[in-house]
Write a new protein. Structure first.
Length: 114
C-alpha cells in the first residue's frame, strides 16, 4: 500500500517538474526582458484599473459605509432611548471611514504614482 502511494507521489512530482520545465523554456528562450514586459503591461492596464476603481470600487465602499453609518446611528439612538447614554464611538468611526473613502480618489492615485 505505502509503496504504491510513494510511486504515485514520485510520478506526480516528476510530471509537475516536466510541465514546469516545458513551460519555462519559452520564457528563457525568448531572451526578452521580463521586467520590461511587466512594466509595459502595467502601463497599459493602469488607466483601466484606475477607471474601474474610481467608478465601481469607491462608490461601492461609500454605499456600504453610508448604510452602516446610518444603521449604527439609528442603533445608537435606540440604545440612548433605552439606557439614557449615547454611544458616539461607532458612528464616529464609520463617519470618518466614509469621509476617507469619499475623498480617497482625490489623493490615492498620487500616493500610488498614477
Amino acid at each position: 500500500m505505502k509503496s504504491n502511494r510513494k510511486k504515485k507521489a514520485m510520478l506526480t512530482i516528476l510530471a509537475l517538474a516536466l510541465c514546469a520545465g516545458t513551460l519555462c523554456i519559452p520564457a528563457l528562450a525568448a531572451g526578452g526582458d521580463v521586467a520590461g514586459a511587466v512594466q509595459e503591461a502595467w502601463k497599459s492596464a493602469a488607466t483601466q484599473i484606475k477607471t474601474v476603481v474610481d467608478t465601481v470600487v469607491f462608490p461601492a465602499l461609500d454605499m456600504i459605509l453610508a448604510i452602516a453609518f446610518f444603521g449604527k446611528l439609528g442603533m445608537a439612538y435606540f440604545d440612548y432611548r433605552k439606557h439614557g447614554q449615547f454611544e458616539w464611538t461607532g458612528p464616529v468611526i464609520l463617519f470618518a471611514c466614509l469621509i476617507f473613502t469619499l475623498t480617497a480618489p482625490l489623493y490615492v492615485w498620487k500616493i500610488i504614482g498614477l
